[in-house]
Write a protein that binds this ligand. Sequence first.
Ligand code: EPZ
Length: 424
Amino acid sequence: MEYYEINGGRRLVGEVVVHGAKNSVLPLLCATALADGVSVLHNCPSLSDVEASIAILRHLGCRVTREGTTVTVDASCLSRSDVPDVLMREMRSSIIFLGAILARTGEADVSMPGGCELGPRPIDLHLSALRKLGAGIEQRGGRLRCTGGTALCGAEITLTLPSVGATENIMLCACAAEGVTVICNAAREPEIVDLARFLRAMGAHIQGEGSGTVRIEGGRGKLHGCEHRVIGDRIVCATYLSAVACAGGEASLTGVEPEQLAAVTGVLRDAGAEILATAPDALTIRRDRPLDGGVVVRTSPYPGFPTDAQPVVMAALCNARRSSLFVETMFENRYRHVDELRRMGADIRVEDRVAVVGGTETGLRGAAVEAHDLRGGGALCVAALGAAGTTILTGLAHIRRGYASLPEDLRALGADITLHTEQN
Ligand code: EPZ
């Protein structure tokens, strides 16, 4: 068994460089499959989801190497268009390979993706959009067999909701579709902007990323490899900000754009933390007096408050004096950390999508808890750092999907966190 032992109640002080964004690097790795050449990605975090994407690229015939945080993908030798079920199940974003493989080879044979269990996560928007571009998609025996990729045609596609993954799949596939594709109600997340920049560096013609309308002029020749630096992970940064807000202290976080965290820093400031953007890629947070709380957090697509930051900010607010209210609008089942936080003394009531986090006079206390999903794991770490006594945290495989160096980074801030590995 593996677990973190966290002795909480220490102020967190110091500086951390936030690693590259999981939710950027995954679609970027899919995009490397479009190039008839070599792509180099810098600032690639060492995460199990990244390794899963690399395994898919290798299965497709690409040559992939890693040196530190630089991953090099030679997709000139890509020779297959299928992804085995066992690789598809590793993570949700395996579905983004669908658009990329279809665009590159003209066909694709994949299965339904895996990922964190946050409630139903349909892919209807992905499939209807690819059909609109001219793909034939047949669903049989759990497999998705796609054809028609050599005769794709640009189209106007209106998403009924701004799905991040569907926007990415369309952007990749549309690079090979003759003519103009316009995505209306496209996702506006920074990771979409990063993908558009990468595709442009590969020779694609894309405009409008970061707005609700993305325009792709496709089919204008082969894409080539390029070199790119992945943006910093805003959710990892939100986790460390929440840790300092929960435990108290003063920290500087670099490698992320403060603007991309505006919704999170706004809430933490309203709750009583002092946060400043000190450089184009740095933030400082300071929390000396007890956290006040008293905030309302409603998750929504970017630039709204990110659903991925809801668990970690909730954990910090469990240590505040006054109550706060959360409304989770994106996923049905994203309060799985709540029962675990209750074990640590948190006073949280949940009714459907609403959670009321009561204030605490006595503060959180350490307990034995288990992560049931990635950001829930981040949340339990945050709570443990602000809790009196020792927390034993299991479920580390979830955490490794999205945090490349959680114990190391937290130790750099003075946290007492140790990884234990015990033979059963
Ligand atoms: C991305 O997931 C992120 N994952 C998630 O981060 C994040 O929570 C989510 O966007 C929302 O910001 C990656 O980027 C790899 P969506 P994605 O499609 O693309 C519904 C993390 O912790 N929907 O924007 O899967 C869906 O059910 C992870 O790092 C449909 O109904 O999210 C959800 O309610 C977890 N039909 C909403 O849209 C579809 O075809 C938003 O989902 C697609 C989505």
